[in-house]
Every structure is written in structure tokens, then in C-alpha cells.
Design a protein around this ligand. Structure first.
Ligand SMILES: O=C(O)C1=C[C@@H](OP(=O)(O)O)[C@@H](O)[C@H](O)C1
Ligand SMILES: C=C(OP(=O)(O)O)C(=O)O
Length: 423
């Protein structure tokens, strides 16, 4: 039986490594949905293989889509969407928000459930919106998982207003399936700002690449009814999962290169270039990829992370090791992520002797000397990654349930060890 804890390795020298990363979770799960709704087969080239993407593939298979392995690629052959089916969304935000609109297009009942924590993540606005668009959903009045989508084989579509301040995925889910709605969709957001703007741009870009007609204006998205094309869809490396590796260059005063960094992308991880530069890194982008070099120490960060919330755990860990305080704001919605990430980061970093305070919409982080101890991870892959960053500089960080990285990066501890191995 594997050890329940992972001893995060201390870096005894500056890292000097090239770290190739698997594909983007966000792009892979969008590509799977678009391929499943297309009018012809698709090849998803270099998809991420992880719990979240396997769950999406499994959910689509349950509805009648053929998703087959072809060496490292996935071949997707769309079919009639049918129930009855049971869908497990695990703890994947992309599956719990992107799959129900697809299930509404199926004929037959689709029962949707996930991990215990999945039942607490925001779902109410998309359930209400889908009903307004013509879907029948039985959620026992909970406005949350579990629920049953009673598909009739078609969704009317039309205009809907939604409060998506809890998650951008509430909008993305409606848009991705909308070309197959009879009237398409117009989604209008009303409420506090929608987070994760790059992920919405990713949805729009991938829909357009598949042939959909999409128009946007601030807080309004329109998708016309139409046919989605099949074909090849190449998946970029997951730039959010680059955060901990590039951060290791800062912590150790070393150098890390992530190959295949796109010159232009909708991934929020691209913001690491500016964020790590603001913390004192030297960042260069060339044919070899993106290279981050650290020097003698690095600084805190004063940043609004609303658009790039998923980078927060690793940035907070870096901030706890910096030479000046940090203030990270715009991230109240992280309370609805895999765990309440604001509370988790406060508890766990302070548990090692840190000084992190929770703000209404973020974190105040004052660096202090840290000591070893158990770092709990709350089924949150990014808490493991944050702990790994702290462990580079703090001996004795024992990370609970490291296997939870399987959500997006099953090989994380192996990649971390090879990054730290002498060249
Ligand atoms: O659409 C996506 O692929 C994602 C959107 C974001 O969700 P939120 O807007 O809920 O933060 C992000 O945090 C998540 O990891 C992936
Ligand atoms: C918030 C995240 O995931 P999810 O897609 O489950 O929302 C994340 O990966 O940081």
C-alpha cells in the first residue's frame, strides 16, 4: 500500500531542468464535448489523461459517444445521445458544468452525481438556466448535484440570464452545447464579475474553431444554432500546471524550461510570465519554450487574480517564501473550488508557522520562517502542488494524500523528482 503521506523534497541546489508537461485539462474537456457534438469523427491530439478527462470521456461514452484510444490520442466518433445513463463527474468542475447541457440533448434519463464535495460546488445557476432553455431536470429542489436530466433529444435554447460570479464554467457549459440547441443561445450574466475571463475566451475560440458562430459583448455571449465540425484538435500543454515547476526556479534561484509554450493562447497560465516577472523572475520565451530564471531571493505579489484563480495555491506558496508581503485579491470564488481554497491555504500555511490572513476576496500573506509538519490537501490537486513548492525550502513538509494530483497531473511527484535530480 502506498504511503498516505509524501515527503516533499528539499532542493539542495538551484534547479536546472526542462519539464515537458501533459495537455491542458480545460482544452481537453472542451475538445471532448465539441467532438461529441460534431457531425463527423475527431482526433484529439495529445489530450491530458487524468481523472478529470477520463471522467469526461466516460460520461460521453455513457451517452453513446465512441471515445477510443489511439496511442496517445483519443478518437471520438459522435453517435446518437441516449439514456438511460449514469454519469460520475467526480470533483471535476468542467464535467459537472459542461456535461449536463449535453445530457439535455440526449433522449432518455441521465443521472448525474459526483464526489461528496461536488455536491457543494455551485450548480444552481446552470440548472435554472437549462430549465429556462427547455430542459427538464429533477434536482429535488436542491439546486445542486445529484440530479437527473430527463432528456427528450432536443433543447429549445433561446435567451437566458445567469449569475455566473461563482464560476465561469456555468457560462462555458451552456455555450459549448448551444450550437445543437434549436435556437442556439444568448447568455447574459448579471451579478458580481464573472471570474476566469481567459477560460471564457477559450470556450469562444474553440467553438469558433469547430465552426460555430459566436458573438460576444461584455457579459453577453451568443451562439447560433449550427453544425460543429469534426477533425483534428491539438491540445496545448497545461500552462496552469506549469506554475509549480516555474515557481521552483524562483525558490531555488535556478532555471526551469517548459517546452511547447504556445506563442498565443487563451490559457490563463500564460499570465505566469507577468506574475513571476513581478516577483523578480527573469522570463524568456523562445523556440525551446518558456524559461524562468530565479536569482537571489524574490518578492511578494500584489495582484488581482480573478482571471487566473486556479494559479492561486502555488502563488500563495511562493508568496509565503518571498522577501516581502503579498496581497492576492479577486478570488472569493475559490471558496467553491475543489475545497474552500482560501480557508485551506490559511490553515495549512499557518500550520507550518506562516502568517496568512483571509480577506473577503483573497489572502494577505506575510512571509515568516516556516517549519515542517503535515500539510493537508482536502482532495485538491493544487494544494499538493503548493505544498511541494513550500517543501523545496522547508524541511519536513509531509503532504497528505498526494495521489489527489491525479485530477490533472497523475505523474506530478515523478516530474517533481526528475526536475530536482542533478542534470
Ligand atoms: O473552464 C475551465 O476549464 C476552468 C475554469 C475555471 O473555473 P472557475 O471560473 O470556476 O474558477 C478554472 O478555475 C478551472 O480550473 C477550469
Ligand atoms: C478549479 C479547478 O478545477 P475545476 O475544473 O474542477 O473547477 C482547478 O483545476 O484549479
Amino acid at each position: 500500500m502506498p504511503s498516505p503521506h509524501w515527503s516533499a523534497p528539499v532542493a539542495h541546489a538551484p534547479v536546472d531542468a526542462v519539464v515537458p508537461l501533459p495537455g491542458s485539462k480545460s482544452m481537453t474537456n472542451r475538445a471532448l464535448v465539441l467532438a461529441a457534438l460534431a457531425d463527423a469523427p475527431s482526433r484529439i491530439v495529445r489530450p491530458l489523461r487524468s481523472r478529470d478527462t477520463d471522467l469526461m470521456a466516460g460520461a460521453l461514452r455513457a451517452l453513446g459517444v465512441d471515445v477510443a484510444d489511439d496511442s496517445a490520442d483519443w478518437l471520438v466518433r459522435p453517435g446518437d445521445l441516449t439514456g438511460p445513463a449514469r454519469v460520475d463527474v467526480g470533483l471535476a468542475g468542467t464535467v459537472m458544468r459542461f456535461l449536463p447541457p449535453v445530457a439535455a440533448l440526449a433522449s432518455g434519463e441521465v443521472a448525474v452525481d459526483g464526489d461528496p464535495r461536488a455536491r457543494e460546488r455551485p450548480m444552481g445557476p446552470i440548472i435554472t438556466a437549462l430549465r429556462a432553455l427547455g430542459a427538464v431536470i429533477d434536482d429535488g429542489g436542491r439546486g445542486a448535484l445529484p440530479f437527473t436530466v430527463r432528456g427528450t433529444g432536443a433543447v429549445d435554447g433561446g435567451e437566458v440570464t445567469i449569475d455566473a460570479s461563482g464560476s465561469s464554467q456555468l457560462v462555458s457549459g451552456l455555450l459549448l452545447a448551444a450550437p445543437r440547441f434549436e435556437k442556439g443561445v444568448q447568455v447574459r450574466h448579471e451579478g458580481p464579475p464573472v471570474p476566469s475571463a481567459p477560460h471564457l475566451a477559450m470556450t469562444v475560440r474553440m467553438l469558433r474553431d469547430a465552426g460555430a458562430a459566436v458573438e460576444t459583448e461584455p457579459d453577453v455571449w451568443r451562439v447560433a444554432p449550427g453544425t460543429l465540425r469534426g477533425g483534428d484538435r491539438e491540445i496545448e500543454p497545461d500552462l496552469s500546471n506549469a506554475a509549480q515547476f516555474l515557481g521552483a526556479a524562483l525558490v531555488t534561484g535556478g532555471r526551469v524550461t517548459v517546452p511547447g509554450w504556445p506563442t498565443e493562447t487563451t490559457q490563463p497560465g500564460d499570465a505566469l510570465r507577468d506574475l513571476l516577472t513581478a516577483m523578480g523572475a527573469q522570463v524568456s520565451h523562445g523556440p525551446d519554450g518558456l524559461t524562468v530564471r530565479g536569482g537571489d531571493g524574490f518578492h511578494g505579489l500584489d495582484a488581482d487574480l480573478r482571471e487566473v484563480g486556479e494559479l492561486t495555491p502555488v502563488l500563495a506558496a511562493l508568496a509565503a517564501l518571498a522577501d516581502s508581503p503579498s496581497r492576492l485579491t479577486g478570488i472569493a470564488h475559490l471558496r467553491g473550488h475543489e475545497t474552500d481554497r482560501l480557508a485551506a491555504l490559511v490553515t495549512e500555511i499557518n500550520g507550518l508557522g506562516g502568517d496568512v490572513r483571509e480577506l473577503p476576496d483573497g489572502l494577505d500573506i506575510r512571509p515568516r520562517p516556516l517549519r515542517g509538519g503535515v500539510f493537508h490537501t482536502y482532495d485538491d490537486h493544487r494544494m499538493v502542488m503548493a505544498a511541494a513548492v513550500l517543501g523545496l525550502a522547508v524541511p519536513g513538509v509531509e503532504v497528505e494524500n498526494p495521489g489527489t494530483v491525479g485530477k490533472t497531473l497523475p505523474d506530478f511527484t515523478e516530474l517533481w523528482a526528475s526536475m530536482l535530480a542533478p542534470a
